[in-house]
Ligand binder design. Sequence first.
Ligand code: PEP
Length: 255
Amino acid sequence: MDKNLRKAVIAGNWKMNKTPAETTALINELKPLVENADCDIIVCVPYINLNAAIDAAKGSLIKVGAQNCHWEKSGAFTGEVSALMLSDIGIEYVIIGHSERRTYFGDTDLTVNKRTKAAIEKGLTVILCVGEYLEQREQGITFEVVRSQLKIALMGISEADLDKVIIAYEPVWAIGTGKTATAAEANEVNCAIRSLIAEMYSKENADKIVIQYGGSMNAKNADELLSEYDVDGGLIGGASLIAADFAAIIKAASK
Ligand code: PEP
């Protein structure tokens, strides 16, 4: 497998942070810092900031994504936003299955699958998050957990659809905790994910698919994590809210 087949993707998950005005300011600060980047850059902002982000990112390499979407086109789903609504305003990316959605908002492998299918149907690229809890790692069942999450999330996703999927391996114990998986731990799981894709689809699909690592990636550890063979980018929470730190990660991914 050839790492050079894949362009790194660095995505920021802003979570529930920033107002529209602060969104404009942060993207404006980031733009000059990343104008020579040689990786894909995405910022996934709260729904209410999507339009501000699209406007601020115009003319730059920065693409804009959402942090979730519902699987129905419309209807009686108070508080939800559909994939159709996102694509209609020009959004190209959406995070699906983030552990915070699974832990706090009842997302399950089956709803992750429904959201993934709906998003792809509307032309969005999905950043599909999987990862184990600390207890599961300690139990030695990390691979089983991640395999099962992926097998269910990808039910009904064709080989062609897979071009619209980025996988983010995010060990739950490393998200927002300052505790990072070692580069070897991240690579080991990413490698297992790539083998699963080869098994479920083909070697060609496995070679092509972008598999990110997420979990306390920052300006200091990005270089080491991103130099691993199967780590094709990062999904970054906290450090994506500081322009200089996010730009440093983008620089590490551009090497
Ligand atoms: C995330 O929210 O996906 C994430 C990885 O957060 P952090 O970088 O803050 O751990």
